[in-house]
Design a protein around this ligand. Structure first.
Ligand code: UD1
Length: 373
């Protein structure tokens, strides 16, 4: 059984690593890893391959940065001949980045079935590029692997055939668990000079938060305020770095208030620093899930989440982007006891195993290749 697996951007790598590991356990599966090159800096890609022990990509498309249309189209143009050459039985895409959508469209137009891992999540905000990627990828996928009940409900409401939907758990949590001994050994907290268990972690990179100077200025001010109570470490995404460099004055006030700006961290250092945090402030999707699994309070600096289980069963609060509200909620977290860990169903480190079992069942070793040319 030939499977082509597609990754492109930072949040894809930790979702794909456990799938590749599981596929390689089965001699009947020929797993090819394609890296689109949407993310290309070592700190955004290479470091993650090493940390997650992902094998080097079999094929690198090297598309790089660009507008959404440019990036998506480049992946499609460069992936099509690869899929025509390999003629896989199924293409696996993960998450909601441009490479996810581009991989799914290219495969389905060649008549190759698509499996979408992390299907069904919806923020109901179509101004988010990821929401468009999620909607379009799901509508053309044949296998919809779901992490939480809301995913199943959303897909059913959109008219998806229930037989395509599989509740399998969360591959991100597979990586978190498989790498636990490694991230527990990281000494990043000491290297950053952070007081044990008494610091906060910040990540911000959503275009809606960082591309508008007024919004970013408000967020920086809120961080400066929180930073007076709790030291903050802020690994800065390349998109955000560019925007912050244009705001030197605010950067200085944040710096003097106890926030450490650092370059993006690798997977192991990042999970290590998050696991020991008193508080996380973020607009990331995946981090809402990782903090839920780790029992770390998370304030999501957005107006909505596509991962509601992290709020209803987890440690997440949606606080919006008003600086006053962010400060009030952060200080409230500091006055509360640490929450108990309550993992959502099937977030047990075995999601990849379930996914590969479902794919293998669909294509027994004797089946001929799928897809038309
Ligand atoms: C992308 C995803 C987003 C995900 C995020 C995680 C889409 C639509 N967005 O957003 O869902 O949460 O990745 O990081 O797919 N850059 C570098 N080095 C790199 C990659 C990017 O410097 O290795 C810079 C470039 O200036 C680029 C900018 O970052 O233009 C944005 O990169 P891009 O991949 O377009 O979007 P992200 O904001 O990273």
């Amino acid at each position: 059984m030939k499977i082509v697996n597609i990754v492109g951007a930072r949040p894809n790598f930790m979702k794909m690593a456990p799938l590749i590991r599981e596929m390689r356990r089965h001699p009947s599966i020929a797993a090819t890893l394609v890296h689109t090159g949407q993310h290309y800096d070592d700190s955004m890609a290479g470091q993650f391959f090493r940390d997650l022990e992902l094998p080097p990509p079999d094929i690198s498309l090297e598309v790089g940065s660009g507008s959404h249309a440019h990036q998506t189209a480049e992946v499609m143009k460069r992936l099509e001949p690869v899929l025509n050459e390999i003629r896989p039985h199924v293409v696996v895409v993960v998450g909601d980045v441009n490479s996810t959508l581009a991989g799914a469209v290219t495969a389905v137009k060649l008549g190759i079935p698509v499996a979408h891992v992390e299907a069904g999540l919806r923020s109901f905000d179509r101004s988010m590029p990821e929401e468009i990627n999620r909607l379009l990828t799901d509508v053309i996928s044949d296998y919809l692997f779901v992490t939480e009940e809301s995913g199943r409900e959303n897909l059913l409401r959109e008219g998806v055939d229930a037989r395509k939907i599989h509740m399998v758990g969360n591959v991100m949590i597979d990586s978190l668990e498989q790498c636990r001994p490694l991230w527990q050994r990281s000494d990043i907290t000491a290297r950053l000079g952070l007081p044990h268990g008494d610091y906060g972690v910040v990540t911000l990179h959503r275009p809606s938060n960082v591309d508008d100077p007024a919004t970013l200025r408000g967020l920086v001010k809120a961080l400066a305020e929180v930073g007076r109570r709790l030291p903050l470490v802020f690994p800065v995404h390349p998109r955000t770095r560019g925007r912050l460099e244009a705001m030197e004055a605010e950067m200085e006030s944040l710096g003097s208030s106890g926030a450490h700006y650092v370059a993006p961290l690798g997977y192991l250092d990042f999970i290590s620093v998050v696991s020991g945090a008193r508080l996380v402030l973020t607009d990331s999707g995946g981090l809402q899930e990782e903090t839920t699994a780790l029992g770390v309070p998370c304030l999501t600096v957005r107006e909505q989440t596509e991962r509601p289980i992290t709020v209803t069963r987890g440690t997440n609060r949606i606080v919006g982007t008003s600086p006053d509200r962010i400060v009030t909620e952060a200080l409230r977290v500091l006055d509360e006891p640490k929450p108990a860990v309550s993992r959502p169903p099937l977030w047990d480190g075995r999601a990849a195993e379930r996914i590969v079992a479902i794919l293998r069942e669909a294509w027994p070793a004797t089946a001929g290749p799928a897809g038309r040319s």
